[in-house]
Design a protein around this ligand. Structure first.
Ligand code: URA
Ligand code: SF4
Length: 183
């Protein structure tokens, strides 16, 4: 049942034309990962590599995320990874409110099916969309409860690409997250 439902969201996303982003995308990018995942990671939107392949976090940012996960003892296969919007915005601009709202239902369905123990929002767009937050630099590393769900806030892996200090911060945060899960 679970698998079917995630599969059903996937097929809806792949053929979705509900917002403008469908016009410029090559491939829509549904969430991907373990159907029994205890943690769901949420990024902003697909980038060029993701748009090309149709899978989340497969480019440079994805490599950083995978490294941080592995260093914390979490394999990519054990988690579920998705985005606020499932199609790449032109020139990687930040998805606007209308696009986020139009795509929202897919994310909500993913979370409703997976019922993860922790929802990890990565970067300002996810933080703002799900928790109405801003200033990720100040708030990262924190847990937050909202509407009976437990969230963890961290930076976007893409931010670490040209900033070595942030590589360590992301790794620290993912470790904090994994430690909480083990308790
Ligand atoms: N950045 C994101 O926010 N999501 C991806 O899937 C890739 C890069
Ligand atoms: Fe549909 Fe979301 Fe893609 Fe817009 S971004 S076309 S709502 S899947």
């Amino acid at each position: 049942m679970t698998e079917n439902s995630l599969e059903s969201i996937k097929s809806q996303v792949i053929s979705c034309t509900k917002c403008e982003l469908c016009k410029s995308r090559k491939n829509a990018v549904p969430g991907k990962g373990n159907q029994n995942a205890e943690i769901v990671f949420i990024g902003e939107a697909p980038g060029r590599s993701e748009d090309k392949i149709g899978e989340p976090f497969v480019g440079a940012a994805g490599k950083r995320l995978t490294e941080a996960l592995e260093e914390a003892g979490l394999s990519r296969d054990s988690v579920y990874i998705t985005n606020v919007v499932k199609c790449r915005p032109p020139d990687n601009r930040v998805p606007n409110q209308k696009e986020r709202e139009t795509c929202r239902n897919y994310l909500e369905q993913e979370l409703a099916i997976l019922k993860p123990k922790i929802i990890c929002v990565m970067g300002n767009t996810a933080y703002n969309s799900l928790l109405d937050g801003k200033d990720i630099t100040k708030n990262r590393g924190r847990f937050l409860e909202k509407d009976g769900k437990l969230y963890f806030i961290t930076i976007h892996p893409a931010a670490t690409i040209y900033n070595q200090e942030l590589v360590q911060i992301l790794k620290e945060d993912i470790k904090t997250l994994h430690d909480k899960l083990k308790k």
